[in-house]
Design a protein around this ligand. Structure first.
Ligand code: SF4
Length: 331
């Protein structure tokens, strides 16, 4: 499938079917921890990158195959809200199924009223907030010129006022960068202003191709939970896992997921063993095929091997069968 991947399992969203609306990598930010690598050219113009009807048709087909889903999650190879027409897609998906719809976004475009409007039908929106100050926002998120920290906070706060669904803010906690008491108190102050339903702390457990990012210590994670809990409900960070039980084409399902984010080798092995109990060679077979494709390799992160895309070989629109090119804006 070109747009739909998974299901992927996580503590936050259970069994979630992913829908990727963007050509890689299309983003308004260039986060230091980004698993997709450096943002070589920022994208700021919203567009219907791929025909909405084609995406909807794929979601329809995936819903025929995958049963027991908890969420359908719109998430992009970049900033999801760059896709103009996501509001239409959310509305159409809700006509097809009662499975709730979530949108993962960096939130940078929420200062625009038409972007907020497109999200109103979603059941949950998960925007990023990694900093409580302009300086840290610039250090971590590195937005395109013209997007400011205040704009980001005011966009989130305006969305909260207009949106009746679940607003779950994601905070990526980075060792030695935004895990000091000062940074956490700044973050708590802006969270109070925004008033989300919950904060999910997430950790940089996957390798970032651009630079080495450290995990925060257990003491710092506990401290973050304590400080942020003073202003909102905080969900403890936990890693998700992969579920391949309903994948009709195993290799395709695995490569679709690894094309979008690094996957821990242990997690991949477990998912394959769960899918084919007793077939001990199955995991090795899949991994050998992945190596033979030449598009994937193993790297080490935090002492753990991960499967990643070979740098410079991210899935291009041509490879993935997609025809549209994104509007690119030089930094
Ligand atoms: S917002 Fe997401 S896709 Fe964009 S640079 Fe940051 S982590 Fe990467």
């Amino acid at each position: 499938m070109k747009y739909v991947f998974g299901p992927v399992s996580s503590k936050r969203l259970g069994q979630s079917l992913g829908v990727d609306l963007l050509p890689p990598k299309s983003c308004t930010w260039n986060c230091v921890y980004c698993q997709l690598g450096k943002t070589r050219k920022f994208v700021t113009e919203r567009q219907e990158f791929f025909p909405r009807e084609e995406i909807l048709q794929e979601i329809f087909e995936a819903l025929e195959i995958h049963k027991g889903l908890d969420w359908i999650t719109f998430v992009g190879s970049g900033e999801t809200m760059l896709y103009r027409g996501i509001g239409w897609l959310i509305g159409e998906v809700k006509k097809l199924t009662t499975i709730p719809v979530a949108v993962i976004t960096n939130g940078s475009l929420l200062y625009l009223p038409d972007v907020r409007e497109e999200l109103l039908q979603a059941d949950a929106v998960l925007p990023s907030l990694n900093a409580g100050s302009e300086a840290l926002h610039m250090q971590i998120d590195r937005p395109v010129a013209g997007l400011t920290f205040r704009q980001h906070i005011e966009g989130l706060a305006a969305f909260r006022r207009e949106y009746a669904g679940r607003l779950w803010i994601e905070v990526m906690l980075l060792g030695g960068i935004n895990d000091s008491d000062e940074a956490l108190h700044d973050l708590a102050a802006v969270l109070k202003e925004i008033n989300p339903d919950m904060v999910h702390i997430v950790l940089p457990t996957r390798p970032a191709p651009e630079q080495e990012i450290r995990l925060p210590s257990d003491e710092r994670i506990e401290r973050a939970i304590a400080i942020l809990s003073e202003v909102t409900t905080v969900v403890h960070p936990l890693k998700g896992s992969m579920d391949l039980k309903s994948a009709p084409d195993l290799l395709r399902a695995v490569t679709d997921i690894v094309s979008r984010h690094p996957v821990q080798q242990r997690e991949l092995q477990k998912a394959i063993v769960d899918r084919f109990p007793g077939e001990d060679n199955k995991a090795d077979e899949v991994m050998q095929k992945m190596l033979a494709m030449g598009r994937f390799k193993l790297v080490e992160h935090g002492g753990e091997p991960y499967w990643v895309m070979v740098p410079g070989d991210s899935v291009t629109p041509a490879q993935s069968g997609r025809s549209s090119e994104p509007p690119l804006l030089e930094r």
